[in-house]
Design a protein around this ligand. Sequence first.
Ligand SMILES: [Zn+2]
Ligand SMILES: [Zn+2]
Length: 230
Amino acid sequence: MTDKLECVGSDLCDELRGSINTSFTLTYQSDPPSRMIASTSHLALLADLSPLTAGHLLLLPKDHHVSFGHVVARLGSEIRSLLDRVTPRYTDTFGPPTIVEHGSSSTMNAACISHAHWHLVPVDGQRLCRLMEKDGLVATVLDRMEDLGSMALDDAQYFYCFDGHSHRVFAVDRKMRSQYLRSLMGEILGIPDPLWDYSLVVRKDLLRQTMRAFQGADQPMPGRDTGRGP
Ligand SMILES: [Zn+2]
Ligand SMILES: [Zn+2]
C-alpha cells in the first residue's frame, strides 16, 4: 500500500522493492552487497549512500510517504522499538545519534518531493538547532514524536530535530538553500564548504565502516516488534 506519489529524483522505492539497478548498487558495486542495517514490518534502516560521517544512517518507511509526519501516529511504537534496538550499539560506536528530517509537503514542486527519511547522525543536536535558529528559523518543542503528525495535517514543509532529549520542529516558510541541513551538519563535522554536498564526494569508506559496525545487528530476536501501533 503506498500513497499515490512515488519517489521523484530518488530511487528508494525501487531499492526497497529489491531492485538491483539502483544508485546504491551502481555506486558500491556489491561492496557491500546491501546497506540495510535493520528492518521491521514497515521501516527500513539504511546506511546513507553518501555519508557525512561514519554512522550516518537513514530511517525510512517502506511505503512511499513525503514525510514522517504522515506515519508517526501509526508507526510510533514500531519506530521506538527499532531505535531502541540499534541505539545502544550506535552510541557505543559512534556517539549518540541526533535525528534530523527535512519533511516535504505534498504541494512542493514535484521534483523536490522525496521519500520520507530521518537522518541519524552522531552530531550535537542542540548545536544543530542553534544553527537553524541563527538562520531565523523558529523552533516549536513537541511533547512527543507523534506530535509531528500535526505538520502533515497542515501539509507543511518542516525541519525536525531530536537531540536525544527534545523533539523540535521548525516550520519552513521560505525557500531554503539546497541540502540545507546537510550543510549545517557538515559545518558541525568540520567538512569544508561545499564538500558536504552528497553529489560532490561519496565517502564510500565511511559507509563500509558503518556496515561493519552493525554486522549481525539485524538477527531476528524473539519478541521483536509486531508492527502494531500504540
Ligand atoms: Zn519512495
Ligand atoms: Zn535527507
